[in-house]
Design a protein around this ligand. Structure first.
Ligand code: PLP
Length: 405
């Protein structure tokens, strides 16, 4: 087996950060000392934007990292960003700073439900969506997204909301819908009809909605505008926005997951008060460097983001071509840097397909954790040559299995 090269590539528009293991990157630590290329957890192998690194360097040089509030101008800059990028006018006092989005998902359940009540979540989905309700003493009602099996036969995975399944999953004690928008792991954008249908469903059943929009700045074509779900709610009647909690942060798009910076947007004052009180003494403030990084991202990050999207489009296409050649059906994601792969035919032969690919030198996320056994998620936000090597290993393993009959 070829061993993994950790040096940064020269000549790449987005070179890999050198030796992520030196800084204990979770993605790389999992396979330390083993010849397994990590394509699992959702962060990127690229350094963040130069503007962000420069602002952080200045903050580090200042030398005092005591208790820190969001800079006074930050909420205004964030509101201006929302107006410009998502045509959504938010009020500064709707924002509740958080050290991460997953904590926000859990707080949303704690805020919106009494113990024992239930929460709706689509599947497959990023695992904390399935776990948030049980962790807060509530129940998850899982609504499988509908997979177009005909398209899957032809190699492409397409998912859509099945409103009959949604209605069937609803219980008398359901209070909350957890929405992943754009959707991880399938990388799709909900259509305008689906979003309007979901807004109608929430209104008809008096549900609150927590919409995690962390991937909304990673719509890969660089031109499609993200539509916040709260805006969809407000389109039917202005006060419908009161049922929304929107979670967002720069962690995915600017590769800042380690900096602990995110926020909830909660327009309704009573819901916001309950959310704030649910976090008391349990949830720390956002990190001082997170605010600095966010401010730099809002001011100067967009040209870098556009270049990132171009790189990610190339990587996505590289993955799609390789998976086509392996005859594995997969998504061609509109958003995120994650490809979702149907490995059910392999799983029928090898059992855990994630463990089997690890044995063949590639570390992927196991679909089982997303509520979809037999599927895998591949993170393509890495170096071109490293990705090519991982895909070569996968292809060799699949070919050998196929030859075996
Ligand atoms: C949809 C979604 N929400 C939240 C997160 C994690 O957010 P945080 O690290 O801020 O808790 C991820 C990470 O992959 C994600 O995909």
């Amino acid at each position: 087996m070829t061993s993994i090269r950790l040096a940064p590539m020269s000549g790449e528009r987005f070179p890999m950060a050198a030796e992520r293991l030196a800084w204990a990157a979770k993605k790389w630590e999992k396979y330390r000392g083993r010849d397994i290329i990590p394509l699992w957890i959702a962060d990127m192998d690229f350094p963040s934007a130069p503007a962000i690194r420069g602002a952080l360097a200045a903050h580090v040089a200042h030398g005092n990292y005591g208790y820190t509030l969001a800079p006074r101008t930050l909420v205004g800059e964030l509101a201006a960003y929302y107006a410009q990028h998502y045509a959504w006018s938010i009020e500064p006092d709707w924002i509740v700073w958080l050290p991460g989005l997953v904590v926000g998902l859990n707080l949303a359940v704690k805020t919106c439900c009494q113990p024992g009540e239930s929460v709706l979540s689509f599947s497959p989905v990023y695992p904390p969506f399935l776990g948030a309700a049980p962790l807060q003493g509530c129940r998850t009602c899982v609504v499988p997204l509908a997979l177009d099996e005909t398209a899957a036969q032809q190699g492409i995975l397409l998912y859509r909301v099945d409103f009959d399944r949604l209605a069937a999953a609803l219980q008398p004690d359901t209070r909350l819908l957890l929405l992943c928008h754009p959707h991880n792991p399938v990388g799709s954008l909900f259509s305008a009809d689906e979003l309007a249908g979901l807004a109608d469903f929430c209104r008809a059943n008096d549900l609150l909605v927590c919409s995690d929009e962390v991937h909304c700045d990673l719509i890969l074509d660089g031109t499609t505008a993200h539509v916040p779900f709260a805006r969809v709610l407000a389109a039917s009647a202005a006060d419908e926005i009161a049922r929304s909690i929107t979670l967002h942060g720069p962690g995915k798009v600017f590769n800042l997951a380690g900096l602990g910076i995110a926020w909830a947007i909660i327009p309704d004052p009573a819901l916001r008060r309950r959310f704030r009180s649910a976090r008391q003494r349990l949830v720390p403030e956002a990190c001082c460097f997170g605010y600095t990084a966010l401010q730099a991202a809002l001011r100067d990050g967009d040209p870098w983001r556009q270049e990132l999207l171009a790189t990610l489009r190339d990587r996505r296409d590289q993955v799609s071509a390789a998976l086509d050649a392996m005859h594995l059906a997969h998504t061609h994601p509109a958003a995120t840097y994650l490809t979702w792969i149907d490995c059910r035919r392999l799983a029928a032969r090898v059992g855990s397909v994630a463990a089997w690919f690890e044995e063949h030198g590639v570390g992927l996320s196991d679909g089982d954790e997303f509520g979809a056994p037999g599927f895998l998620r591949l993170n393509f936000a890495t170096d071109h040559a490293l990705l090519a090597e991982a895909l070569r290993r996968m292809a060799a393993a699949v070919a050998a299995l196929d030859e075996d009959g």
